[in-house]
Design a protein. Structure first.
Length: 280
């Protein structure tokens, strides 16, 4: 058995080292990704279900790696968080998102909002570049109301984040807050109340479960009713079929996002889609 164990070790060790080596290399390269202009931003439209119109969009980052090609955030966000590179990346995404919101405002859409993901790690050091963000908005002459910060519940559950105070500052500036991936963790109604969240995003794992005759729709309906009682609006994520959309509409869901409406697209494509839909 010992012999076998050693063989197994010999077999896996180079593989493990390779994975670690790749992570380290990516971590190093990532520090320069912003300066080298290798990051890209895409926007996924968010539709108001009652009107069918695009009224918000979520900013999502991509990394155009010189050797590895276009990389999804799943391949690098976690590494960026652990190396601290997420702060620079997050600032870059925020600025691009704000610029896009400004362009849309200039297309006579004063209410259009762009959602920006902000991971718990970006709140760790108290800098959290919050004032810089507000200064940048002022420079652009853009209302903070045009930006929604998307956070996940690990942030709310992290006592070190002093998050309640930071949320107060956001709200004082009129920036809204959305709770991502709702339903996947331990977040309770009490949390939603305490942090005065503006939106919750129902996780795709609930939306994919909306087939007829399942409890899925009952569950979504209950979440939505509860949210509305607290003055919170609901965005359902990962809508892929008309059936899912109709089911969500039937229980009063406010907004939808997913491949049924659109994949994430460039800023230019977003502007085109919006122009088309508002054209007479
Ligand atoms: P997320 O915030 O939950 O973003 C939604 C993800 O679902 C996106 O993946 C989007 O492309 C994908 N998606 C949208 N519609 C559908 C659908 O109908 N079906 C399915 N199966 N998937 C759909 P993406 O762009 O790969 O982003 C993955 C995650 O990376 C995001 O999940 C977010 O947690 C993180 N992320 C992306 N951009 C940033 C960023 O700028 N900063 C930070 N901190 N995290 C980011
Ligand atoms: Ca998100
Ligand atoms: Ca999500
Ligand atoms: Ca509220």
């Amino acid at each position: 058995a010992k012999q076998q164990g050693r063989n197994r070790y010999n077999y896996f060790a180079p593989f493990m080292q390779e994975a670690t080596r790749v992570r380290m290399a990516l971590g190093n390269e990532m520090r320069e990704a912003v300066e080298r202009e290798e990051l890209r931003i895409v926007f996924q439209p968010i539709i108001e279900l009652a009107s069918g119109r695009i009224c918000k969009a979520e900013a999502l980052v991509r990394w155009q790696h010189p050797q590895r090609g276009l990389m999804s955030p799943h391949e690098f966000i976690a590494i960026a968080e652990h190396t601290g590179a997420i702060v620079g990346i997050g600032d870059w995404v925020f600025r691009q998102a704000a610029r896009e919101a400004k362009r849309l405002q200039q297309m006579a859409l004063p209410e259009f909002q762009i959602c920006v993901n902000k991971s718990a790690w970006q709140f760790r050091d108290d800098g959290s570049n919050y004032q810089e963000w507000l200064d940048f908005l002022a420079e652009l002459d853009l209302q903070a109301h045009n930006i929604i910060i998307e956070v996940t519940e690990d942030l709310l559950l992290d006592p070190a984040s002093a998050i309640a105070d930071k949320f107060k500052a956001f709200r004082a500036a009129n920036m809204q807050v959305s709770l991502d991936d709702f339903g996947t963790g331990y977040c309770s109604v009490a949390f939603l109340k305490r942090y005065d969240i503006d939106y919750i995003k129902i996780d795709p794992s609930f939306v994919s479960n909306l087939a007829e005759g399942t409890d899925g729709i009952t569950l979504c309906g209950a979440i939505i009713a509860m949210a509305h009682k607290l003055g919170i609006q609901v965005i359902a994520e990962g809508i892929e079929t008309p059936q899912q959309m109709q089911a969500l509409q039937s229980v009063g869901c406010d907004f939808g996002q997913g491949y049924l409406f659109s994949k994430p697209i460039s800023g230019l494509e977003l502007e085109k889609s919006i122009k088309n839909q508002y054209a007479p």
